[in-house]
Design a protein around this ligand. Sequence first.
Ligand code: SF4
Length: 414
Amino acid sequence: MKVHLQTIGCRANQYDTEAVGAMLMAGGHQITANVAEADVAVINSCAVTLEAEADLRQRVRRAARANPGLRTVVMGCASAMPEAQQAIAALPTVQHVIPGADMVRMANALELDAALASSLPTTQRGARALLRVQDGCDEHCTFCATRIARGLNRSRSPAILVAEARELANRHPEIVLTGIHIGTYGADQGTSLGELVERLVLEVPDVRFRLSSIEATEVDDKLAEMLGSDARRVAPYLHAPLQSGSDRILKRMGRHWYTASRYVTALEKLVAGMPVFGLGADIIAGFPGETEEDHEATLELVKSLPFSAIHVFPYSARPGTAAVHMAGELRKAVIVQRAAELRALGSHKAVQYQNARIGGEAEIVVTDGGTQPRGVTEDFLTVAVTDARYPRGSRFRARLEAGDSGLRTKPLVG
Ligand code: SF4
């Protein structure tokens, strides 16, 4: 059987798609990038925004047009939302709607032996591999559909993660620790994310580990120590969801574990004294009830920290979430305007950060080959790779220079 795989959304979803791919290959099936020649398409869906759900519908219809005989399986977060399931099932060629990433149900839907459901994605398609350390979230953010789709926090055992990371390290120069709420890793296992990272560094040689999105106030002393320990082994980069710089809005969002000033203090403490440290954040623009003052508070907070990347999401109501019932919904034009202001500020901060890195050294992991090879630095800057000796999946030290569009690399050895 030939299977075409597509992923919408976050790295946790990407990991799950890789797990489906591993299961199929273990069963002797073939993965194809060309949907027109596929027998089956698996589309892993996202429920974070309305756009993500629209994207799913569009992808399913496009695949059905390219291949009317296709059988489509939709999995992931949108598939787990009761309000969305029926509409997804009615899309052309859709035969199964599997909530979340239940691999036994996926094996069933793909008519595979259930034993294959435990196949691990130890060879992945990207140069940087994903390692999902946990799933689910115990919080109740009022805008979030993901926690509804993913259930409560469940951590994977450290021993299994070390074994999986060892396999991944044979083929991938960087491993990204991913999940839905990775700062709570280990709460159900009597350990912590910092202790896991320490163990991975000790027991898995050479590879560079990176954290995916993590709450700023959940970086404990051990994790901070690891982030500052050795940039060759643990990437000095943090993507810390902010969502709003206004305490009033954070409260309405249900984000009770921090205030704007606690967020700033946590990150200032972390970044202080680090020679190189990349800092990213997610922000929601135009949450219900957000005033001009609240929006200004977010802009001021963003100005005050050395962000290297900002992701701005214009607020969109998600069925099933508490925020849908909140008063104070903003006009679309206001949301769009505030998102544009935040994005412009984010771009300005990104350019400032990049300029400050010109002339500095970096460890590059080459992520893309072809005509325009690219790589990522430890602080998560995308750079042009100008030396053909370094193919996709390789790693080298370089000096960063100003290029035609962004940064480029000048290798330091050989
Ligand atoms: S912390 Fe909040 S936004 Fe993040 S997954 Fe949990 S409920 Fe959703």
